[in-house]
Design a protein around this ligand. Structure first.
Ligand code: SF4
Ligand code: SF4
Length: 106
């Protein structure tokens, strides 16, 4: 089990209140607002933490670079992927890559 799996398991075992607190803490560490892909719509909608919460809801569709590789959440949560605002949360990207990399689709 890698860092991401361990963190997700820990999160799943928390109370709803502690989960919300942890999500808020991670949101505070998110550097999406300084990314060239992040836009006014996303800012007004207070979007962020796409790696955990999933794709942008109607705001971001064009990729202009990604700051995720230098974000403190990346190492804390053990993220492997990036561009979560357009490509989906870490869990979704991992699943997609697992399916396409499996023998089922060859
Ligand atoms: S890894 Fe990317 S989406 Fe996740 S908190 Fe950091 S900047 Fe935001
Ligand atoms: S997920 Fe990556 S590409 Fe999207 S706004 Fe955040 S840092 Fe930029």
């Amino acid at each position: 089990m890698d860092v991401f799996d361990t963190q997700m398991q820990a999160l799943a075992k928390m109370s709803k209140e502690d989960q919300a607190k942890t999500i808020n803490e991670l949101m505070g560490m998110c550097i999406c607002p300084s990314c060239p892909t992040y836009n006014t719509c996303a800012k007004n909608a207070k979007e962020g933490l796409y790696c955990a919460l999933g794709k942008s809801f109607m705001c971001v569709s064009e990729e202009k670079g990604c700051n995720c590789p230098t974000c403190p959440v990346k190492s804390k949560m053990g993220l492997k992927y990036k561009s979560f605002c357009t490509r989906g949360q870490e869990q979704a990207q991992r699943y997609e890559h697992t399916v396409w990399g499996s023998s089922l689709v060859r």
